[in-house]
Write a protein of this length. Structure first.
Length: 147
């Protein structure tokens, strides 16, 4: 069953690039609020990313930290986050260099790799799910706190 992300009457403030300012919180509700607050085409992309993550790793924990949804495994740590920018949605794989093949965008941060999804919405969902599954089995990102 597809999850609905409804728009509330009180819209969160949009930060630079259209990233919603959402209160920090654990669970599905703050992530759903983040996705509902995404502007325009980013809302569909955010919902597709969330759906693919949860299909790949149904037991993943969710939270909003630093105005970004995080996904992790309880007791294992956070493995992925997403963030809205003006021209794309960025998916951060905290141990992305350990994936085979690694996500396409390098980072200045050791082990981190990114996937950018632009307005076209085109990305290989099956490859993305393989990255998500593999990422969920790796140790979580350093310095991000527990799930």
């Amino acid at each position: 069953m597809a999850k609905k992300f409804s728009k509330s009457s009180a819209k969160p403030r949009l930060l630079s690039g259209g990233n919603p300012q959402i209160a920090r919180g654990d669970g599905d509700a703050p992530v759903a609020a983040y996705i509902a607050a995404l502007p325009d085409w980013k809302q569909d992309i955010g919902a597709r990313i969330d759906r693919a993550i949860m299909e790949a790793v149904p037991h993943a924990k969710k939270a909003v930290k630093w105005n970004s949804p995080f996904y992790g495994i309880e007791g294992h740590g956070w493995f992925l986050a997403m963030h809205a920018f003006a021209k794309y949605m960025k998916v951060t794989f905290f141990r992305g260099t350990s994936l085979d093949p690694p996500p396409p965008i390098a980072s200045k941060v050791a082990e981190v790799r990114y996937l950018h999804i632009d307005e076209s919405g085109e990305f290989d969902v099956e490859c993305f799910k393989r990255w998500v599954k593999a990422s969920s089995k790796l140790p979580g990102g350093e310095g991000l706190g527990p799930c």
